[in-house]
Design a protein around this ligand. Structure first.
Ligand code: GLP
Length: 242
């Protein structure tokens, strides 16, 4: 695990963007794994600036989202496919038709999960997966207790995660969906390079657990220790309990 500690969230965003830009330079047809949540937003802004300046291009890329809420209608502003459109796709030269997420509106969620796994496989797998971590150590929507070998599947959000995400739903906990479709931990570990982006003191305990604690389903992000190529970009606050 390569750990990069930067002064603040802005520096983290720049250093994480550098990792993505290097990857795009090495392979313009990179398959990118895209995370939502607040952690990667600075990285996406840095990428947008780099595309505007002609320093990089996502024109040849494909994108796969980590997860999706179940039941949010197509135009809902917090649906993850909509969020990634607004925060990344609309800001860069990535073809929207080449970006997909799990279908949280499918009648048969198990079937939608299997279809999503097949789509990732058919694209040749994810080259570079951007990740954030929840304060309870979750990655994507793999909550504590998820099997480290889990695959894309329907899952139930914990109360803690729904409370954490209520800020995106005008602090209305009842508006936060209870279920999701999420890539499994086993699915995420198949990406060739994992790029974890974390900032803030409120994540320091989760960071200490997943970097230095035991590999355990109690901390889903600790599964990253099993992966041969992981870059973790932290600010000093997030790194403060290492
Ligand atoms: C969310 C998402 C994750 C994200 C994590 C941290 O619930 N499903 O993909 O990485 O929790 O979110 P944030 O970056 O907003 O702290």
């Amino acid at each position: 695990m390569e750990i990069l500690i930067e002064r603040d969230a802005e520096a983290v965003a720049r250093s994480a963007a550098g990792v993505v830009i290097d990857q795009l330079g090495a392979n313009p047809r990179t398959v990118l794994g895209l995370a939502t949540g607040s952690s990667p937003l600075g990285l996406y802004q840095e990428l947008a600036a780099a595309v505007r300046d002609g320093r990089t291009s996502l024109a040849g890329c494909r994108g796969f989202l980590l997860d999706e809420y179940v039941g949010l209608p197509a135009g809902h502003p917090e649906r993850y496919r909509t969020v990634i459109q607004r925060e990344l796709v609309d800001q860069v030269d990535l073809d929207p038709d080449r970006v997909q997420g799990p279908d949280g509106l499918a009648d048969d969620l198990d079937e939608a999960a299997a279809r999503y796994e097949a789509a990732i496989r058919e694209a040749g797998g994810v080259d570079l997966q951007v990740l954030g971590v929840g304060a309870n150590g979750h990655i994507a929507f793999n909550e504590p207790g998820s099997s480290l070998a889990s695959r894309t599947r329907p899952a139930v959000l914990t109360q803690r995660t729904r409370e954490a995400n209520a800020r995106f739903f005008e602090d209305e906990i009842d508006a936060v969906p209870r279920r999701c479709l999420t890539q499994g931990i086993g699915t995420i570990l198949e990406a060739r390079h994992l790029l974890m982006v974390v900032a803030g003191e409120h994540k320091a305990e989760a960071v200490a657990q997943f970097v230095e604690g035991p590999v355990s389903a109690r901390c889903p992000a600790s599964a990253l220790q099993l992966h041969p190529r992981v870059t973790v970009c932290l600010d000093e606050a997030a790194a403060s309990r290492l």
